[in-house]
Design a protein around this ligand. Sequence first.
Ligand SMILES: Cc1ncc(C[n+]2csc(CCOP(=O)(O)OP(=O)(O)O)c2C)c(N)n1
Length: 559
Amino acid sequence: MTQPNPSTAMARAVIDELARGEVSLVVISPGSRSAALVIAAAEHPDLETRVVLDERSAAFLGLGRAKATGAPAAVISTSGTASSNFLPAVVEADLSLTPLILLTADRPAEMRGVGANQTIDQRRLFGSKVRRFAELAAPGPDTDMNHHWRSLTAEVVARSRGWAGRPGPVQLNVAFREPTVPVPDDGRTRAEPYPHSIEGREGSIPWLRLPIADPPGLPKPDLPEASRPLLVLGEGAYDRSAMRSHVERLEWPALATALSGMRGDGVVTSYHHLLADGIPEILRPELVVAVGAIGPSPRLQSLVSSARVSIRVDRWGRRLDPDRSVTHLIHADPVALLGQFSKGGEPGWAEAWSAADATAREAMTRLLAEAPSPTGAAVVEALCDVGWDTLVAASSLPIREVDAHLVAPGAVVGNRGASGIDGFVSTARGVASAGRATVALSGDLSLLHDQNGLLSDEPDDLVLVVLDNEGGGLFDSLPLPEHAPEYERLFLAPPHRDLGLLARFHDIPVTTVTDRAAIIRAVSEGIEAGGIRMVRVPIDRRADLGMRRALDDVGAAAG
Ligand SMILES: Cc1ncc(C[n+]2csc(CCOP(=O)(O)OP(=O)(O)O)c2C)c(N)n1
């Protein structure tokens, strides 16, 4: 079938290849140069679209969706500064191995470097952070380019999923001539129709099949046995139910970070406060196997580093060794590695860990129940009694409190590749767009940083719980308040803002709650009601810091 103009032909072929590559969501920020891509995406029967004004927020929304589903998400920008706003999400996608496809619309190459309006050099804009940069030139009507458009798009999508490398962000820069709307004459410019076929392969399959390789097999294992083995389950690619079988079979103490998605019965969760005074002798491991990235607790990191044999395993071969203390760095499927170990440990070893965990958790729960004012820890403890499927935790205190106090099972998402506080609202919306009951736990500054994430009328169901402690509470536990001049002005900016006004500006229902029962009720009702809702918990920073210290005391006493 003839296409109305070459730009429309190319956009339709590229967008159709995205759908064939199982991209489910395309996030759009308005613009004219990108119109052909935007219209093709909106018209495609297998693609969902979401519109977000701010490209920085748009990219984080795509990132959140990709993190929640594992499938790539695409974002479309117009030419000029628009695409530059993708960088923060690209940085996170790079480090967290998240498949994110950046479709950056551009002007034709001859417009570069001649002072043309809204034209910058968009080539290799994201440097080494993308797995692949590729570009498509502005087409004309004479040459049949379908195989090129489709095969290149298929390659780019596959690379975002980890074909011939690790998963991560990719950039496809696509140049268009006017008209960018699907007519031969838009009133300003006339184009020849595009006369060639833009059909894809028969059967909705990608033009190019690029299967992702299995993880490398293990080299002949030369792994020591030990009398005090310990397993740390972190964030990464592995089969959770197969891993659960290993946890049961091995009978080693298994510490599950919140971001592992392995919380629930049979794993240790209170390690952060338990290890507040260092590693108690009876809990000191001889061998540690740590799977994937192990989250925000520096004490857990020290535990991993302390072992005589410290093994880290990652399916994508990341060097996860911030202390440079690891003795074995293994690039393999973590489940296959665990299969090489046998059940064991000296008598009483696993029991010592489970007893300390239970004692610490009980003491912490008691302390939280007695507290007169709300704290971040108490909010997480309350969220364990709410029926969510996915919890999204902001960087700074929220993810730390979730790691320390979440005992309920469920998926947990955080931007811990680069630990930015940016793009949080949008990441949470992206997670929520996957359609599972989603609660997001934010600091007030994380919320304010991505206010533009609220500038979207898309129908996401999300309960945004905000720990409103008037600034960055995390800094209170650092040496900053004691040693930095003008601590409040320099580090807690901006001064107090009424988050209720922000919610009302965006027409978002907001409730302020302070006690456990009210938190549970407000969040549960928010999930039930659907749409976006805000639940604000005012927190006194001083009392919160006091609670974190008291939790350390009772945790350490349990060890
Ligand atoms: C993009 C970005 N800018 C700055 C920082 C540094 N930073 C870390 S925590 C923090 C304060 C966060 O405050 P809030 O979201 O209110 O959470 P709280 O610390 O109170 O839990 C800041 C600014 C960061 N991590 N990322």
